[in-house]
Design a protein around this ligand. Structure first.
Ligand SMILES: Nc1ncnc2c1ncn2[C@@H]1O[C@H](COP(=O)(O)OP(=O)(O)O)[C@@H](O)[C@H]1O
Ligand SMILES: [Mg+2]
Length: 186
């Protein structure tokens, strides 16, 4: 895992993938972002290699979540480019990007049980119910939560609640855990 430093206290610097042979999957070029007078990200260059895991570290309020939101498409950068697999995706909304974001707050639907929370994105994509059920079973078993699918959100532990959005980040793609392929943990 590679660490990248964000925030005004330690100016972000250009970084290259850990190994020069690794193909660049995600590139941020000259990304800036501010809220009014507040400069949060001041020209960040970052290259992430395919399969590489990068942790962005820095003090609270330095812009880590803002950076992930920019990559995920939830916050447009003031300027600069976000390039994924060679394509500038800066203009695309979150649902049109091949990225997944697991938010710091669990963002679970309180009126739905665990199964429905996990399968929600697939339902929106109009997957047939049986296929959703199979997929949700697989994901529950992946995080050792078999048997908890029918529980309401307030009847599972904090750690289990955290695993639920992690599975939600997984559900629409392949069977590898979200943290192993292009997911953003904010
Ligand atoms: N929507 C917003 N409007 C105004 N200021 C914001 C907004 N979101 C974040 N900020 C400010 O931007 C800075 C970076 O926030 P954030 O990216 O959430 O920090 P971190 O995740 O590193 O703790 C903070 O000073 C925060 O108060
Ligand atoms: Mg944050």
């Amino acid at each position: 895992m590679r660490q990248t430093v964000a925030g005004p206290a330690q100016a972000p610097r250009a970084t290259e993938p850990a190994s020069p042979e690794v193909e660049v999957e995600l590139e941020l070029a000259g990304v800036r972002h501010g809220f009014g007078e507040l400069k949060v990200i001041d020209r960040l260059d970052l290259r992430v290699g395919r399969g590489e895991t990068v942790a962005v570290v820095g003090p609270s309020g330095c812009g880590k979540t803002t950076l992930l939101r920019i990559v995920g498409g939830f916050t447009p950068a003031t300027s600069g480019q976000v390039i994924l697999d060679g394509e500038d995706i800066g203009h695309l909304p979150p649902n049109m990007r091949n990225t997944k974001m697991v938010f710091q707050s669990y963002a679970l639907f309180p009126h739905m049980n665990v199964r429905k929370n996990i399968g929600f994105g697939l339902k929106l994509q109009k997957w047939p119910k049986e296929k959703i059920d199979d997929r949700v079973d697989d994901l529950l078993s992946l995080v050792q939560m078999e048997g908890l699918g029918d529980r309401t959100i307030d009847r599972i532990s904090g750690g289990q609640q955290q695993r639920d959005p992690d599975r939600r980040g997984d559900q629409t793609r392949d069977s590898r855990p979200a943290r192993r392929r292009g997911a953003l943990f904010g």
